[in-house]
Design a protein around this ligand. Structure first.
Ligand SMILES: Nc1nc2c(ncn2[C@@H]2O[C@H](COP(=O)(O)OP(=O)(O)OP(=O)(O)O)[C@@H](O)[C@H]2O)c(=O)[nH]1
Length: 773
């Protein structure tokens, strides 16, 4: 039975304990076979060769123990030893009371140079200067023949940054709408739904700003009532805790069930923790008969559940990429030409417009949901007195969602039409959950805007405070250019052509004002509960006047957006969780690849921080793959990287092409409809990728002409509704490097160079990053 099955809660205190206890473990290898002994010795020599002079700091015994714990995997054992070494050094420094916050990887990388290798001090036996894990690795890489040099920004990047310093064309944000055309939502309870802070640590408090907002709001009775139940943050945190985002999407096969089980919460391979190493050193490294027994029991349980397949004792080796980078690029370019590339679709719209029902029905019509699964949802929803939500329950799987009949968090799924594959992001419509909706929309290429055609239904979504308007504005501001408007619930108005035309006539000018090109907007009449006009039409009342494309035909006509496959890899993190032994193990990190390619075996750095990990497995839309490319929603499983170093808002990138870190930047913004103008120093919430960050508008540099981008006024005192301006944004914090976030200019990376600003539950502006300051 494999020791990979043994899992244990991570004890953080012990993990960070600097007193590396590598005590008596001479008896650790008593049961070792001759073959294992040979593997140990070969591994020992490999690690010593890799570590070079650093290996003199680490006893042979510790190296053997690491190899034993990592099943003779030299890479993992080396990573582990380097981790331990840098922790011990950091602890030693702490003891000398001269430690500050560890500087981040980008700063260190900038400071590193082979011209002054710290290796000399190690070789001379002098206590090494504080070496980051990256530095040690770079030395190793140098010894292995790599250059170990972190390149300065390329000339191309520098040129791009310079170009970005001139005003960006306004249509890149969106064509400025008439202020009166936009009404932004105001949360009735003034709730602060900080989805970015949700995942930073389960149960961790939100940002300081969030807390203060909440504290102020709590003074009014109706707000206290609103907080009587779990907050939106709590609900989302609870749902996401320890799972891949969207893992509450339907499980379509035993294989998927196995994968989801593999992503079960907060259990960490004991062999992969420093704590395990300590235990090993204390003589427990060799499986005891009790542990063997436990393993066997666990295996039996898993088999009974149909969750376990692998029984090998062999260490899990990364599957090597089957295709070269060139082959992958060629394949992607062919797919793009044939318009077959995957498209990420976010489904947005006013609360109760029928988004989840529409998507649930669509998956059923396309054969992605089995009759059995549907019947189960029908039975359970009827039992709960919510029979009309049977299709919506395909997506709304959190108990709170089912109880309240509203979507709370985004859910992901995939579906395939005859023509192409889609990733579907079902976003919540309720105003309290707009931050989650923004997180979903920031990962999308195109949107389905669901509109409720029932009498009064359309109006409540389209009037002031309705989410039809705000969602359309937000998706456009986040860069989505293609929109399919599903005019839903037409069955409730007896498939009235007049009602349909009336809605189209109101929506069309509104959407073009937001900057959607007419050619990129399409409309589809439909009925989610009956499945009308999703794949085909059955109702004579509709057939009598509509002969246009079905919803699926319209989705098939969407253009594949251009992707930056050649750029450096950028994977903004929307979730991080622990993989487990029955599926891909290691740290699972989910997100949408903004640029570049990732392959199994790649080394990735997580910023902020100075940690790196090796990609052991990749899943694209739930399917195992040896690579993934820009535009895909992926989960990468990394070894050698601890979960505490990766949060929502972190960005994974190659160690030799790090994403810049910045706490302040120059931006061009467009201001939405405002009650209170923006003034210098205004406190805002910055929504960047899947993260919400307290920030301030540090300086109003200039107002700009909406059409030409030319400067109208330098240093304006305020910014009002509908204006466009250049402003400096500063992340609020203590001013140290720790407040810096991974961010890029829009010219360098579109996804990482866009943001939204919100204040007191209102979205007040959208912007593009021009220059990092
Ligand atoms: N008659 C009729 N009812 C519908 C249709 N589509 C959805 N509904 C009903 O509308 C209600 C809300 O549907 P949902 O799918 O939960 O709406 P939603 O937009 O996903 O809701 P949130 O995500 O919470 O904003 C449910 O009772 C559905 O049965 C439709 O085409 N016709």
């Amino acid at each position: 039975m494999s020791r990979h099955r043994l899992v244990k809660q991570l004890d953080l205190d012990e993990e960070l304990d600097d007193g590396a206890d590598y005590g008596d473990a001479d008896d650790a290898f008593v049961d070792i076979t001759p073959a294992q002994s040979r593997q140990l010795e070969a591994g020992l020599q490999s690690i010593q060769a890799i570590l070079g002079p650093t290996s003199s700091q680490i006893s042979d015994k510790r190296i053997r123990e690491a190899l034993w714990n990592f099943y003779f995997d030299v890479d993992q054992a080396t990573d582990f030893l380097l981790d331990e070494e840098s922790k011990a050094q950091a602890a030693a420094e702490r003891k000398r009371k001269d430690i500050g916050d560890p500087s981040d990887l980008s700063e260190r990388a900038g400071a590193l140079s082979l011209a002054s290798p710290p290796m000399e001090s190690i070789a001379s036996g002098a206590p090494p200067a504080k070496l980051s894990k990256l530095q040690l690795k770079m030395q190793s890489s140098h010894r292995r023949g790599g250059t170990g040099i972190v390149p300065a920004k390329s000339a191309l990047q520098a040129a791009k940054t310079r170009a970005a310093q001139t005003a960006a064309p306004l249509e890149e944000i969106y064509i400025i709408p008439e202020p009166s055309a936009i009404f932004v939502a105001r949360s009735a309870s003034d709730r602060h739904t900080g989805f970015g802070s949700v995942m930073s640590a389960a149960g961790a408090p939100s940002s300081g700003a969030s807390r203060s907002n909440v504290a102020m709001s709590m003074q009014t009775p109706h707000v206290r009532d609103a907080f009587a139940g779990p907050s939106p943050d709590d609900l989302v945190a609870r749902a996401r805790k320890g799972t891949a985002l969207g893992s509450h999407a339907p499980l379509k096969s035993p294989e998927q069930a196995r994968k989801v089980a593999a992503a079960a919460p907060v259990q960490i391979s004991k062999a992969a923790t420093p704590k395990a190493n300590k235990s090993a050193a204390k003589g427990t490294a060799v499986p005891s008969s009790k542990r063997v027994e436990e393993d066997a029991t666990l295996a039996t349980d898993l088999r009974a559940l149909g969750l376990q397949t692998a029984t090998s004792d062999a260490p899990s080796k990364p599957e090597m990429p089957a295709q070269s980078r060139e082959q992958i690029l060629k394949l992607l370019s062919q797919q793009d030409k044939a318009q077959q590339a995957r498209i990420s679709l976010v489904v947005v719209g006013h609360v109760d417009a029928g988004k989840s029902t529409l998507m649930g029905r669509l998956l059923y019509e396309l054969g992605h949901t089995s009759d059995r699964a549907l019947e189960a949802n029908q039975r359970q929803s009827a039992k709960a007195g919510k029979g009309s939500f049977a299709y919506a329950w395909t997506f709304d799987q959190m108990p709170e969602e089912r109880e309240r009949g509203v979507t709370i968090d985004i859910a992901l799924d995939t579906f395939r039409t005859k023509k192409r594959q889609f990733t579907l992001i079902d976003a919540p419509g309720h105003r309290d959950f707009i931050p989650n909706m923004i997180g979903g929309a920031s990962q999308a290429d195109a949107a389905i805007l669901v509109v409720d055609a029932s009498s009064g239904g359309f109006e409540s979504g389209f009037n002031e405070g309705g989410q039809t308007r705000e969602h359309a504005l937000l998706v456009r501001s986040l860069g989505v250019q293609q929109l399919v408007v599903a005019i839903n619930k037409l069955d409730m108005v007896r498939w009235s052509q007049r009602r349909y035309n009336d809605i189209v006539e109101q929506m069309q000018p509104f959407l073009t004002k937001l900057g959607f090109k007419t050619s990129k907007i399409s409309f589809a009449p439909c009925g989610a509960t009956s499945g009308e006009n999703l794949l085909d039409r059955k109702d004579d009342l509709l057939k009598a006047w509509y002969a246009g494309p079905t919803l699926v035909q319209q989705l098939d006509r969407l253009d594949t957006p251009s992707r930056d496959y050649d750029g450096p890899l950028r994977l903004p993190v929307s979730n991080a969780f622990r993989g487990q032994s029955s599926g891909p193990s290691g740290l699972g990190v989910s997100g949408r690849l903004e640029s570049g390619l990732v392959r199994v075996g790649d080394e990735l750095a997580a910023l902020p921080g100075d940690q790196t990990g090796i990609v052991r497995a990749i899943e694209v839309d739930g399917e195992t793959s040896s690579w993934a490319a820009a535009g895909m929603n992926v989960t990468v499983y990394l070894s050698g990287l601890d979960q505490i170093y990766v949060n929502v808002g972190s960005v994974l990138c190659p160690p030799l092409s790090l994403v810049p870190m910045s706490a302040s930047f120059l931006a061009q913004i467009v201001v939405f409809d405002l009650k209170v103008p923006i003034t210098t120093g205004a406190s805002v919430e910055l929504f960047h990728q899947s993260r919400e960050i307290p920030a301030s508008v540090a300086k109003l540099e200039a107002t700009l002409d909406k059409a030409s981008g030319e400067i109208l006024k330098v240093r304006p005192r305020t910014l009002g509704s509908g204006s466009s301006a250049k402003v400096s944004i500063r992340i609020r914090g203590d001013g140290s490097s720790s407040s810096a976030i991974p961010i890029e200019t829009y010219a360098t990376n579109r996804g990482l160079g866009r943001f939204l600003l919100r204040r007191n539950g209102e979205t007040i502006a959208a912007g593009l990053v021009l220059e990092l300051l």
